[in-house]
Design a protein around this ligand. Sequence first.
Ligand code: AGP
Length: 611
Amino acid sequence: MCGIVGYIGDKNPVEVIMAGLHRLEYRGYDSAGVAVVNKDGLDCVKSVGKLKIMDQKLIDHPLVGQVGIGHTRWATHGVPSEVNSHPHFNVAKTIAVVHNGIIENYYELREQLQATGIVFRSQTDTEVIAHLIDKYYQGDLFAAVQRALKDCEGAYAIGVICKDNPDVLVAARHGSPLIVGLGENEGYIGSDVPAIMKYTRNVIYIENGQVCEITRKGVRIEDIDGNPVTMEVKVVEWDDAAAEKDGYPHFMLKEINQQAAVLRNTLAGRVDDHSDAVRLTDMNISLDELKSCNKIFIVACGTAWHAGMVGKFLIEKFAKVPVELDLASEFRYRDPIIPPHSIMIPVSQSGETADTLEAIRIAKSRGAQVAAIVNAVGSSVARESHGVVYQQAGPEIGVASTKAYTSQCMAFALFAIWLAETRGVMDKATAREMIAHLRAIPGKVEEILKDHEKVKELAARPEYRDAVGCFYLGRNVNFPSALEGALKLKEISYIHAEGYAAGEMKHGPIALVTDTFPVVCVAVKGDTYDKMVSNIQEIAARKGLILSVATVGDTSIQAHSKDVIYIPECFEAFSPMLVAVPLQLLAYYIAVNRGCDVDQPRNLAKSVTVE
Ligand code: AGP
């Protein structure tokens, strides 16, 4: 998730753009760039790292112009570097583009453009847009952008300027947010309201498939096929703080609600649209290594370790390769035996967790091929691993991990299918069926998010809100769901919660069950559903306070539960991505009802970079 800003008018574009980028820094901050059109043509300054570095560079190299675009980056393709930072240009550097999103077919487009002799400067997907616009440019920048975007598949919000069209700023969106701001003889574009609300509160929320031409006189909007569109100008009422959270009260709730889009992003560019073949090229694991691999180690901490447990289940179920799952803080001290042809998969949202980094170093020193699942591009985990699957989830600001967890589960599902097919233990038809199940997950997450009022109502009930302790129970692939649900509640509401394998209750923990001790039971339809119901009955017989998470249509579960949260039917192995959402919302609303600091809980840090 990146931030884009653009301006055309009589103010200094660089001042407007940098103010806007600072307001968007929460969307990503590994590199930045600004380009302007002035009487000498296109001028540009780029930087790596936080925006304050860019501020300094602009003092050393002032930019002046009449129209400009800027970008703060959260890298998805290509490590953070000046050459990969936006804006990107055509060969002659007469056209500049900033982009937020993922061009899913960029690989094919890049090859087609290279075949015409174009030499690319960067590793990014965005650069293809600049060369495509140039390919179709015949003096009308708006028309060239409209035509170029017809070749692109995937998500984009772009800003475009051109040396030969100094009185025009062009923008477009599909799948990534974009707004146009209107002022007196001036116009703005931004990824979010915070970017421009210092200058204008008159905004147009651009919709998918729309292309805009912004001049000092106003804005012209057409759809990608050239049909004129009239959009309503809205007046923004938010204050600044609310705007960064898109109007949500907390980053955590915003990030919970981003999960459908994030899961689509994690899938983006990883599955061939025609053959459904999984493509995880950045993992840098050869097909021979995948075929000869006889053991996989998954190592992580906290929520990432719960995702790793889901990963273990999926890899063993689909690819029949034995998986050893370790907490990084334990792995590094147990003198692990790592046989030849082992693969290690460290999992980390921040990519800076000290224990996970140390585990990587130990595994590498003992000959393992290390391929990380990580969110932060260019982070230490990414750099120290041989290969990587970037989660493409965008920055996660809330300390309690939500969208990072579900996107890690999605990444593991892709890897497990890819490994199974490569090793010949999953046929093409089954693999396509699995991919179809994965593609259906984001829509199911959207259904859950739309229907969150029930969870919000439960969270206000004293028996949950004021509980002194509780269990979360699950079996099989939803045992990690129970662990993750308990961690969410613990870390933001400060209620002691324990995740347990449901079959373990009779081995001691059931002694704690009373009628004031909530037990959250993950009882979705699947292989161990009947066993789970037996466990629930054992607790009900002891007057336990049962809150079940069940599959929509399962009315029988109500007989054994005080309350039921329903989720859509889904392929059981992928259900942790659905089960996580109501449990995140339950923890969130209970914590809010208890007056806790949801985004920055006591004693915690977003990234544990110390041991
Ligand atoms: C999860 O909600 C916590 N914030 C914490 O357990 C976190 O998952 C853990 O510290 C691992 O962080 P990482 O994914 O950045 O390595």
